[in-house]
Design a protein around this ligand. Structure first.
Ligand SMILES: [Zn+2]
Length: 401
């Protein structure tokens, strides 16, 4: 006998197979396909960086965020009244407020961006730590400290990822390093800042920024010490400085700023000298002196150096006519001092006005803001002025500059 619906058993069979499959897919697919989002390319910052129409260029230095896992990562060394609700999210909030208050042209993260031992997944922690910078669409540059690699990624992997993040202008190493010039470390690169639009210097780098990897920890002759900037890195930065100076047609050099994480041994001498800011912690640097200061002095273009590492120091001093400055501890999961607010440094370069247009750099200024209700501005100072170089040059020769 013919049935009324001969197709019915087939339909039931298809349903019997497909319903469990669909259920399985909807319940477990997120476990099988780790990331269902479509891969997309990095959002690039507009390069070269350049001065604004108003003749200024501003950098926000963020030292030692020590980011962990976000909300679950508690603060260290805060007042009892602050502790209960305090986490990595306070670091994020502080960064958002600083960006909002200063609207910098570049954000420079000078290492210990994440605190490896507290970050379950290094990549995740990096994305969370740098999220405010990426959201702001402001170009940003980062180097590593001595704690970044203490989680699930090594230093090369970390710098590769950092270089691929949205609006990051960081590089693992300069392109030349893969050729004849081998360079140690990861995160040595040069960022150019061109003159103001329409000024005639818009195709020239009038401010050079050198980022250097100062390493993490090393055992030297059986003794454990902090890392330092190696000879290969110093040779590279010296050659870059010479090349960039050749490209400047005017007689005066284009000033440069250098950024690294671990201070150099000579910073200890500033205990006995005039400084602006607070010196309340021993300078924890390598006992190896690789000649960083001598190299920077011989380059002549570096006017100021910025580092982090010692969270309780936030001063600027001067060594052989180069300003050296701590950023001051920024992150809430980093060690600090309860009642001594977290802080950040701002660096601003101003151009001098010619008869018709902007010329080269007139002043390099700095100040800090502390993470209080009003982001109070402190320790405003001039780090370098064009006039300083004129004085120095005229003492060497009678030539007009
Ligand atoms: Zn640190």
């Amino acid at each position: 006998m013919m049935t009324a619906h001969p197709w019915r058993p087939y339909v039931l069979l298809v349903l019997a197979i497909s319903i469990p499959l669909l259920l399985f897919e909807s319940l477990f697919s997120h476990l099988i396909f780790v990331n269902r989002a479509r891969p997309r390319i990095k959002r690039f910052a507009e390069l070269p960086l350049r001065f604004r129409y108003d003749g200024t260029f501003k950098i926000l230095q963020v030292a030692d965020m020590h980011f962990g896992n976000g909300k679950a990562t508690r603060c260290k060394d805060v007042l009892d009244s602050e502790f209960e609700w305090c986490s990595d999210l306070n670091t994020t909030r502080f960064l958002r407020r600083m960006i909002e208050a200063e609207r910098p042209d570049l954000i420079a993260f000078t290492g210990d961006n994440i605190f490896g031992p507290s970050a379950t997944d290094a990549a995740e922690s990096l994305f969370r730590a740098f999220a405010p910078a990426m959201e702001s669409m402001i170009p940003w540059a980062a180097i590593l400290g001595n704690h970044d690699q203490e989680s699930s990624m090594n230093r090369e992997e970390l710098m590769s990822l950092v270089s691929l993040m949205d609006y990051s202008v960081s590089q693992v190493n300069p392109p030349s390093a893969g050729g004849t010039m081998r360079i140690e470390g990861f995160g040595n690169y040069h960022i150019k800042v061109h003159g103001a639009p329409g000024s005639g210097l818009d195709n020239t780098s009038i401010l050079n920024l050198y980022f250097l990897d100062s390493g993490d920890r090393v055992v030297v002759s059986g003794r454990k010490t902090y890392g330092w900037i190696r000879e290969s890195q110093l040779n590279w930065v010296h050659s870059i400085s010479q090349q960039s100076q050749l490209q400047v047609e005017s007689q005066s050099l284009s000033p440069a700023l250098a950024f690294f994480h671990i201070p150099i041994p000579e910073v200890r001498d500033l205990w006995f000298k005039k400084i602006k800011g607070t010196f309340q912690e021993y300078v924890a640097c390598s006992f190896v002196n690789s000649g960083v200061l001598n190299t920077l002095v011989s380059m002549r273009d570096v006017k100021a150096v910025f580092f982090g590492h010692d969270h309780l120091n936030d001063f600027c001093g001067e060594l052989n006519h180069i300003s050296v400055c701590y950023g001051g501890g920024f992150g809430y999961h980093a060690y600090g001092r309860a009642g001594w607010p977290r802080r950040a440094r701002v660096i601003k370069a101003e151009l001098r006005k010619g008869s018709k247009t902007w010329m080269g750099i007139q002043n390099i200024l700095t100040w800090k803001r502390i993470d209080d209700e009003r982001l109070t501005k402190i320790d405003d100072q001039v780090l370098w002025s064009h006039a300083d170089d004129e004085e120095e040059d005229s003492s060497h020769s009678q030539k007009d500059v």
